[in-house]
Design a protein around this ligand. Structure first.
Ligand code: GLU
Length: 447
């Protein structure tokens, strides 16, 4: 059976590279096995969720190459959650509790002072009808807790192997707040059942939730998916990434000009036994991803490593992979492919192509560094047609004629032909620049 996975952000902010890791691991896992990827917006918190964040998340995912097979919004699925809550109530698994946050806090402190774990004592289960009526008459509204079975829940984690959570050591989780709004737990399980999710792959901050959720799957009679919990990406300082911190948001990385494939490779391969290496495509990255190779240790995200990876990704990128991006900035036509192959190895960021295209097709101010050698260069400049061998023939004759070699020969040529101190191989640039411009530039004329 091909897998069905989901990525379930709440649209309360932009996504960062750590969220992208979860999204990509799911997407690539499904892609490798011809499965389906669902984007689920966990927007039950209507006050904090914003449509503009949902749109931005979709945009960021698309930039990374992630196209969902289905998009669902929890805010449109309240009927399902209500029905599930009703079933749990009827089955005696969802019970009302009336304690205020302050009362619970006082109770926790007392338990801790006595050396007991701060677990909810289920006092609400002992309330009679009359007690409840009295509390409600006082104006209290209940929140609703899921009555856990006090047992150890086990699963074979796709990343961590044999895993377990002892539910006897947990408080019965609140599924519904006083105001009738849902916390994340119940809607997530209801949707996973309804959308036939086969694999729930998410960050290891959800391990305890998984113990609870497996009990909810059982209580609702749903098929229990496989679970996988990957390590979390942390900043180089070891500090966790936060949606609000912004610096490592996907939009910030895009605006910095980094390559989406490099961001993807870095997000997926950091903190695994694979080296963080450039890839040609998401399919190649899918091939390099093995959930059981994800490390148990924290994964440190190094921005310098990402920048270097982004450059190396460009250096090996085929023309087909950038044809459209080049065309969008006016780089097209018969020279485009040879141009790309000539300059890609010199790029740190894609946008630098603009400057090199100008060197090849635009008008530059040459600098004349060594009039003698340039005069000889002009005189020996071969006739067209030119190809990549032209430069070697030309400079061989120049060498013989001027007795110069190495930097003394090549540097003045480079500066005159390109106006720059460094750059791609002149052998590749020369035929792109063409004889007309080359001749003028060697004579010190703007061309
Ligand atoms: N909205 C939850 C989160 O962002 C989803 C967790 C899950 O994948 O179940 O943490």
């Amino acid at each position: 059976m091909s897998p069905i996975v989901r990525f379930a952000p709440s649209p309360t902010g932009r996504i960062h590279i750590g969220n992208a890791r979860t999204a990509l691991v799911n997407f690539l896992f499904a892609r490798k096995q011809h499965g389906r990827f669902i984007l689920r917006f966990d927007d039950t918190d209507v006050a904090r969720s914003k449509e503009e964040y949902a749109a931005a998340i979709e945009f960021d995912l698309a930039w990374l190459g992630i196209t969902p097979d289905l998009i669902v919004r929890q805010s449109q699925r309240f009927d399902f959650y209500r029905a599930a809550a009703d079933k749990l109530r009827v089955d005696g698994r969802l019970y009302p509790a009336y304690e205020t946050a302050e009362e619970l806090e006082r109770r926790r402190k007392r338990q801790q002072a006595r050396g007991h774990p701060p677990i909810y004592d289920r006092a609400a289960l002992a309330l009679s009808e009359a007690d409840r009526a009295r509390l409600e008459a006082e104006g209290r509204r209940p929140h609703w807790r899921f009555k856990l079975d006090h047992k150890v829940v086990r699963w074979d984690d796709l990343v961590r192997g044999e895993s377990h959570v002892d539910c006897a050591s947990l408080s019965d989780p609140v599924l519904l707040r006083e105001d009738g709004t849902y916390l994340y737990t119940l809607p997530s399980v209801v949707d996973d059942i309804d959308l036939c999710v086969t694999h729930v792959i998410r960050g290891e901050d959800h391990v305890t939730n998984t113990g609870v959720q497996i009990q909810l799957f059982e209580a609702l009679g749903g098929a229990i998916p496989r679970f996988g919990h990957h390590n979390l990406l942390a900043a180089a300082s070891g500090e966790g990434l936060s949606k609000r911190s912004g610096a490592l948001s996907i939009s910030a990385l895009r605006e910095e000009g980094l390559e989406p494939l490099a961001v993807a490779a870095c997000a997926v391969l950091t903190g695994t036994s694979e080296s963080v290496h450039p890839v040609h495509s998401l399919d190649e990255l899918a091939g390099a991803l093995d959930l059981s190779h994800i490390s148990r240790a924290q994964a440190r995200f190094d921005p310098a490593e990402l920048r270097s990876l982004s450059a190396r990704t460009l250096h090996q990128m085929e023309f087909e992979g950038v044809r459209e991006r080049l065309a969008a900035i006016g780089i097209s036509g018969p020279k485009a492919e040879a141009f790309w192959l000539a300059v890609r190895g010199n790029l740190s960021l894609f946008d630098e192509v603009v400057g090199w295209w100008h060197v090849v097709t635009g008008e530059i101010e040459p600098s004349l560094e060594d009039a003698e050698i340039l005069a000889a260069a002009r005189e020996t400049l071969p006739e067209e047609p030119w190809d990549e061998a032209t430069f070697a023939h030309w400079t061989a004759s120049l060498k013989a004629r001027t007795n110069r070699k190495g930097k003394a020969l090549f540097h003045p040529l480079r500066v005159a032909l390109t106006g720059r101190e460094q750059g791609p191989e002149l052998a590749a640039l020369l035929p792109l620049i063409g004889r007309l411009k080359a001749e003028a530039r060697l004579s010190g004329r703007a061309a």
